[in-house]
Design a protein around this ligand. Structure first.
Ligand code: SDX
Length: 393
């Protein structure tokens, strides 16, 4: 197989599935959501529109957009008794662990959503997940810093409401300016789907057993957490900080990244599918440049990132292996500029990827797909007899 999880969905063991959601041409560096090139979302980016597009296949009409937005507002709150769970976690609990646990817990508070059989039930479940992931993320952060929870404000738009829940203080409500709001929308859009990546394949695999949408997406959070996947945005910042602190020079780091025995990789570089530039990385680099200029931030890590990219793109080791910056290379610099704590970076990736997970879970259900059941090449011992313990020496 090509290294992907082989989902046997009635195509025998060909090891792949059919999907109409996202198209990637890894050699040409092309990424399209339901046929629309991602570059076109840069003008007035609207994450909620893209959520609807990915899940239902078309850009929403004004009525669909209005109804979905109203549902997101209505479903932003958590059941009050869910708040006790946050106190149950140690202060330094990884937010991805809390996120996965709390998304799974949603199925306890909304059992009617577990089937999500009717369109309206499914839309409600999708709206609950896309809306509540923000509240869960923000409450996890507030709990970890010992601050009061900021309840969602129904007057605020999606990103503004998240930033309010994260950063407002009783004496100082958080204000999100238009440039920041648009930049954050675009960051979420660029993370929204990426066909059969590790976490989305996990959501499909879990969903293929008939597991409910909340349980399937909770599993996706766990898969995304890994440093080779969504956790790479944190690993990139750690790498850039390590160089900035002077522990290693850029040149020393590059040398280690090319040494197989070092266990060091150039985080935020390389991709299983893109053997050309990851189009998202290009767009995120532009967002980073514009946002830092707008916020008047001179982040030395951005300069180190540019330097690493410049060296790598002229180094035969990376060029021969077609290793280019991926979605995680610049995203951390943007999130840092937005004031997002490093331990929340992958949570933001999960917020962005939620509509993609939901879309794939629904598509697979509509396809009537069979349970995922990968096969293997057996490399164990040939048949032999059991040896009783007193004869084993
Ligand atoms: C995401 O699948 C998706 O679409 C994922 C994603 C999404 O939107 O869902 O795009 C999000 O996960 C992006 C990737 C984030 N991860 C990282 O940035 C971690 C660093 N990158 C690598 O670990 C690696 O490039 C992967 C995990 C991204 C891809 O792994 P592959 O396809 O299994 O590649 P590989 O490990 O087989 O590497 C091929 C060669 C090897 O050298 P050789 O054995 O051929 O000599 O390239 C080398 C690797 O050692 N290599 C690297 C490298 N990535 C690959 N060497 C140094 N630094 C790197 N980053």
């Amino acid at each position: 197989t090509t290294g992907y999880i082989t989902l046997d969905q009635g195509y025998g063991n060909t090891g792949s599935c059919e999907s109409a959601i996202t198209y990637i041409d890894g050699d040409a560096g092309i990424l399209r959501y339901r046929g629309i090139p991602i570059e076109q979302f840069a003008n007035r980016p609207n994450f909620i529109e893209v959520c609807w597009l990915l899940i239902f296949g078309n850009l929403p009409t004004a009525a669909e957009y209005g109804d979905f937005s109203e549902r997101l507002t209505r479903h932003a709150m958590l059941n009050e008794s869910m708040k006790h769970h946050f106190q149950g976690f140690p202060t330094q609990a990884p937010p991805m662990a809390i996120l996965s646990a709390m998304i799974n817990a949603l199925s306890c508070f909304h059992p009617d959503m577990n089937g999500a059989d009717s369109d309206d039930q499914f839309i409600a479940a999708a709206a609950r997940l896309i809306s509540k992931i923000r509240t869960i993320a923000a409450f996890a952060h507030r709990s970890s810093i010992g601050r009061t929870y900021n309840y969602p404000n129904p007057k605020l738009l999606y990103v503004e409401n998240f930033m309010h829940m994260m950063f407002s203080e009783p004496h100082a409500p958080h204000e999100t300016d238009e440039i920041v709001r648009l930049a954050f929308n675009l960051v979420l859009i660029l993370h929204a789907d990426h066909e059969q990546n590790c976490s989305t394949s996990t959501v499909r695999m879990v969903g293929s057993s008939g597991a409910n949408l909340f349980a399937s997406c909770a599993a996706g959070v766990c898969a995304l957490w890994g440093p080779l996947h969504g956790g790479a945005n944190v690993a990139v910042l750690d790498m850039l900080e390590q160089i900035h602190q002077g522990d290693l020079s850029v040149e020393e780091y590059m040398r280690l990244a090319k040494d197989k025995n070092s266990g060091v990789r150039l985080m935020g570089f390389g991709h299983r599918v893109y053997k050309n530039f990851d189009p998202r990385a290009k767009m995120l680099q532009e967002v980073a440049e514009k946002l830092l200029k707008h916020l008047n931030i001179n982040d030395p890590l951005l300069e180190i990132g540019r330097r690493l990219e410049e060296i790598a793109l002229n180094d035969s080791y990376f060029v021969e292996r077609k290793l280019y910056p991926n979605v995680d290379f610049y995203s951390g610099i943007i999130l840092r500029a937005l004031g997002i704590p490093t331990n929340m970076f992958t949570v933001i990736f999960a917020m962005g990827r939620m509509p993609g997970w939901i879309a794939h879970w629904r598509e697979q259900n509509l396809q009537g797909a069979r349970i995922g059941r990968p096969r293997q090449i057996y490399t164990g011992p040939t048949e032999h007899d059991y040896v009783p313990r007193d004869q084993r020496g």
